[in-house]
Design a protein. Sequence first.
Length: 126
Amino acid sequence: MADHELENRDLMVGRILYVGNCASCHGANLEGQPNWRSANKDGVLPAPPHDSTGHTWHHDNALLFEYTKLGGKRALAARSITDFNSGMPAFEGVIPDQAIWEILAYIKSTWPEQVQKVQVNRNPSH
């Protein structure tokens, strides 16, 4: 998905949706869970931050959308990555597609301008 999927989104709606669906794992301030770079005893990494200290902005919009909708395991398997034990649940059937884009737009809006520019260039249309 091109960056235009994130344009003209209602950031307040995105924030409300984020708080209601994502903050319990990724933090009210997008800070992620403690020790998010170290797998727990089950081999699953804790939820990463969605602020600029995390790696969310390293990914293109399509992967971010698919990761949210399909869950980590299915989204990565679709890209032939099967050796990563993701703890991200699927929100398909829970959050409508448009609402996922609202959430992603909100998250992106919190990043510094330079980080936003780098992330835009990770999308195929750029």
